[in-house]
Design a protein around this ligand. Structure first.
Ligand SMILES: [Zn+2]
Length: 210
């Protein structure tokens, strides 16, 4: 779940509208999206990840820190590209991970996505498809670990979990409290799965895989 720049919860704005719901439309545009763009700065755009830059709903530059990655739950399914491209959305995330482990990147790591208000300048963000009541799929755990490995390599993200906004590591939207919009996101189940994600990051690191 994402927090509007104004502080309103996306879900409250979107209730009864198309906002959070995904969308077969988003899915089809993902299927037919172009993947033939030239290589980008690998510290900005994760190599091997589907790059779909949004034109709206982020702040160019202005990152004050690279504290790590914040885990979110979509409360919906399907690519968020169309929604994050909508000028009325006022929300975005750096990454989105499907339930089968596909990754899309919408915002450069050097820019501020609009995912957790006061945390936007210091944290990267990943939306995970599905609902808080469902755990992340094994493929999602793997995909988030892959993003994290990249951040650790390119930006020095700490190889540990984060528990508050001044911490470093793999954190949750909920840890930001009122300054981050007072969300439960991504819920207890997915929050607890950060252990499995970090274990995966560390296992690959120890095996020498990048
Ligand atoms: Zn969230």
């Amino acid at each position: 779940m994402l927090t509007l720049a104004s502080g309103l919860a996306l879900s409250s704005v979107a209730a009864g509208s198309v906002a959070t719901e995904c969308s077969s439309k988003g899915f089809w545009s993902w299927l037919t999206g172009s993947n033939s763009e030239p290589a980008a700065d690998p510290s900005a755009w994760t190599p091997g990840v589907k790059r779909r830059p949004v034109k709206k709903n982020f702040i160019s530059g202005g990152r004050k820190a690279q504290r790590g990655l914040i885990l979110h739950v979509q409360e919906g399914q399907g690519s968020l590209f169309e929604w994050f491209s909508n000028p009325s959305a006022k929300v975005s995330a750096h990454f989105w991970v499907s339930q089968t482990g596909e990754i899309e990147q919408y915002v450069s790591a050097h820019d501020q996505a609009w995912a957790q208000r006061d945390g936007n300048a210091e944290w990267a963000s990943v939306e995970t498809s599905g609902f808080a009541a469902q755990p992340l799929t094994p493929a999602q755990v793997e995909a988030v670990a892959r993003i994290y490995q990249w951040g650790a390599r390119e930006h020095g993200w700490a190889l540990k979990l984060a528990d508050h906004p001044q911490d470093t590591g793999l954190g949750t939207h909920a840890m930001g409290g009122s300054g981050w919009g007072l969300h439960e996101c991504p819920g207890p189940s997915r929050s607890a799965q950060r252990e499995a994600i970090m274990a995966r990051v560390l296992a690959d690191r120890h095996s020498g895989e990048s």
